[in-house]
Design a protein around this ligand. Structure first.
Ligand SMILES: COc1cccc(CC(=N)NC(=O)c2cccnc2OC2CCNCC2)c1
Length: 389
């Protein structure tokens, strides 16, 4: 029976879909910390819990290698996410992070890391309610240990450790349908390096298209066209925070960024996250912002290439420049930096540029979930202002 585990959890249940009598908001009340289970859940006898100290280069390498060999693959098993060590350090150590939420499972005898799950704190607004949540990510069980039912006990353990910090809600995404998506998003890809994408099987040559015609179709200028378009710098944090907060206020569910968050999540970090803004040459106001993160994928079983260099659209705001021109400048700098493809979800106002800028629809969907928080009905992707890594 599918979803045996999720039917035991405080999440929207399929049977409740359409039942508008159920109130929106937390499904279960917070409990006193003394009532939270004090000791870890039981693992199968051969395994033990470990807390992964992401400040340790050695442990960070263990997590990196576990994910590189066992994390999410595309539906055709041609690519596997290959988050870098620098990316994982950034993603897992935001302001106010809890080391205890970086949870590993080791084989008792070999001490090998065989599974991982993580949480980081985030303030997420749901309508007018700003809720302290855990963003759960990087759930990974070694390929050789699948269907040992390790994932449910890892989810229960990270939930227990989140409860110990008096946090009762969480947000997560998955490529699979679980009870019950708060939004279902489509992903899109914009070709930057057509020859490589076709060689590795990521894209196919269009009907009645030659390779040279395809290269011409996706050609971009070699520099951004918007006057005042430049990399974000530390002194821009207050202005970018104002711009982002104002933009995100229109979505029903969105990240509630403050300056501290913007400094961590959006200041450029080489090979991790890139952020650009438009500073008006006349007024010196910051009028527009775009950002993307670096998430390469290992190419499985191709003799000529090992890595697909992919940029993932992050947060973007256009108030003076057209969204089209701003995102086209993002494509231009991504191409300049050697990315092969630029990926985006149809969240926020992204739909308005996807087709025009020659994005093609991906072959999958990304479902967003909230834990212990009911929404009366699912959101459209355009009502969602939240991008998870
Ligand atoms: C191209 O290499 C891939 C390697 C593994 C999986 C996929 C397909 C896929 N599942 N893509 C996405 O989930 C995706 C597509 C567009 C934008 N963001 C995405 O996922 C992000 C956000 C959720 N956590 C993973 C990264 C592609």
């Amino acid at each position: 029976k599918p979803h045996k585990f999720w039917e035991t959890q405080p999440v929207g249940q399929f049977k409740d879909i359409g039942d508008t009598s159920l109130p929106e908001g937390p499904i279960e009340a917070a409990t006193p910390l003394s009532e939270v289970k004090q000791e870890p859940y039981n693992l199968p006898a051969a395994y033990e819990w470990t807390t992964c100290d992401m400040k340790s280069d050695y442990v960070c390498s263990e997590v990196y290698n576990l994910l590189r060999n066992n994390y999410v693959e595309d539906d055709e098993n041609m690519f596997r996410f290959n988050y870098s060590k620098e990316f994982l350090t950034w993603a897992l150590r935001p302001p106010g992070y809890y080391p205890s939420w970086h949870i590993g499972v080791r084989a008792k005898t070999s001490k090998k890391l065989v599974a991982f799950i993580s949480g980081v704190p985030a303030r997420i607004r749901v309508r007018d309610d700003v809720v302290k949540m855990a963003e759960i990510n990087f759930l990974c069980v070694h390929k050789k240990l699948r269907s040992k039912r390790l994932a449910p006990v890892m989810i229960k353990e990270v939930t227990r450790r989140v409860h110990l910090e008096n946090i009762w809600q969480a947000a997560y995404t998955a490529g699979v349908v679980l009870p019950t998506p708060v939004a279902t998003c489509q992903y899109w890809h914009r070709t930057l390096n057509p020859k490589k994408l076709i060689d590795v099987g990521f894209s196919r040559l269009g009907a009645r298209m030659t390779m040279s015609r395809t290269i011409k179709l996706y050609k971009l200028q070699d520099a951004p066209v918007t006057p005042g378009f430049r990399k974000m710098e530390p002194c821009d944090v207050p202005a970018v925070t104002r711009l982002l907060r104002s933009y995100l206020s229109q979505f029903l569910v969105a990240t509630d960024f403050d300056e501290n968050d913007v400094e961590h999540w959006l200041l450029p970090r080489e090979d991790v996250v890139d952020s650009y803004l438009v500073e008006s040459p006349e007024t010196h106001d910051v009028t527009d912002f775009c950002s993307f993160y670096t998430l390469p994928s290992t190419i499985l079983g191709n003799p000529n290439y090992t890595t697909l260099k992919a940029a993932y659209s992050y947060y973007n705001v256009a108030t003076k420049t057209t969204f089209l021109q701003l995102m086209n400048d993002a494509l231009i700098v991504a191409k300049q930096k050697g990315f092969d493809v630029f990926n985006a979800l149809d969240v926020m106002h992204n739909e308005s540029f996807l087709k025009e800028l020659k994005f093609g629809p991906g072959d999958g969907q990304l479902h967003y979930y909230l834990y212990n928080y009911r929404l009366r009905s699912a959101l459209k992707p355009s009502e969602l202002g939240l991008v998870l890594l």
